[in-house]
Unconditional design. Structure first.
Ligand code: HXC
Length: 242
């Protein structure tokens, strides 16, 4: 699909995408790269990172893969340091790492609850917290934010009560803002069911996938590209094409 944005809208910018090795995170990394950004992707599994980095580089994108778990503060610090050491700056932090599974509250162990909170909520906060000093110096140039920008990929599950989603609903309910103090733009995107993602395969049984489409205004599931384009809009100072 052809991008509606100018191809250089992120030229010279550096993005760090947690969970950037697969799914929505990888598509965001790819679209940011195609629009001029250098991209560091963070993930726990080396093989997935390696294949994602090869795929990004084969598209002409300046990309590096950095192993790390957002649950570990030392990993967050190390990955941010390496990103800035390699690319010289940080302008955009995308928190796309997520953990989720379907389970009733009764069957969910406290450790299972903690695991999802630690990834989705504490992990997101840790990344933001450790990235702040770099984002204060980074920036998007002209436009609304003179500092860098943060984009949190959330979900729609916490808008109303969702069956078997007590852990994620608690985690994703967080919002945070450093706009006033540091002019850092913080936004969130809350995707519904997105085709070809781990989330969809874990949360929606195959046989239900076709039925979901009946409730969608366009009778189709969302695509990773749709989310990446929203991310691009929020992370840039896009003005549209002439
Ligand atoms: C019940 C479970 C469970 C399950 C794990 N646990 N899976 N409980 N049902 N299916 C419990 C374990 O029993 C354990 O508790 C605790 O959680 C930690 O499990 P580990 O396997 O040790 O955790 P870990 O290896 O760190 O893996 C984390 C994970 C895993 C979250 C469990 O699934 C993962 O890595 N996921 C990443 C990818 C992902 O989930 N993406 C989907 C995002 S979808 P005990 O008490 O036994 O020690 C999304 C929204 C999509 O965000 C919206 C679509 C509509």
């Amino acid at each position: 699909m052809e991008s509606p944005f100018k191809e250089d809208i992120l030229k010279g910018k550096v993005a760090l995408v947690t969970g950037g090795g697969s799914g929505i995170g990888l598509e965001i990394s790819s679209q940011f790269g195609k629009h001029g950004a250098s991209v560091a992707i963070m993930g726990r599994r080396k093989t997935i990172l390696d294949s994602a980095v090869s795929s990004l580089r084969s598209q002409g994108i300046q990309a590096i893969g950095l192993e790390g778990d957002v649950r570990k503060k030392e990993d967050a610090i190390g990955v941010l340091e390496l990103t800035v050491k390699h690319f010289g700056r940080l302008d955009i932090l995308v928190n796309a790492a997520a953990g989720n599974f379907l389970v009733s509250a009764e069957d969910l162990s406290p450790n299972g609850f903690r695991t999802v909170m630690d990834i989705d909520s504490v992990g997101t906060f840790t990344m933001c917290h450790e990235a702040l000093k770099y984002l204060k110096k980074g920036g998007l140039g002209r436009g609304t934010a003179s500092g860098g920008t943060i984009l949190n990929i959330s979900a729609t599950l916490h808008y109303t009560a969702s069956w078997y989603q007590i852990h994620v609903s608690a985690a994703k309910f967080l919002a945070l803002e450093w706009g006033t103090d540091y002019d850092i733009r913080v936004n969130g995107i809350a995707p519904g069911p997105i085709k070809d993602t781990t989330g969809l395969s874990k949360l929606v049984p195959d046989e239900a996938e076709n039925k979901i489409k009946d409730y969608m205004p366009l009778y189709k599931l969302g695509e990773k590209w749709d989310i990446a384009m929203s991310a691009l809009y929020l992370a840039s100072n896009a003005e549209g094409t002439d």
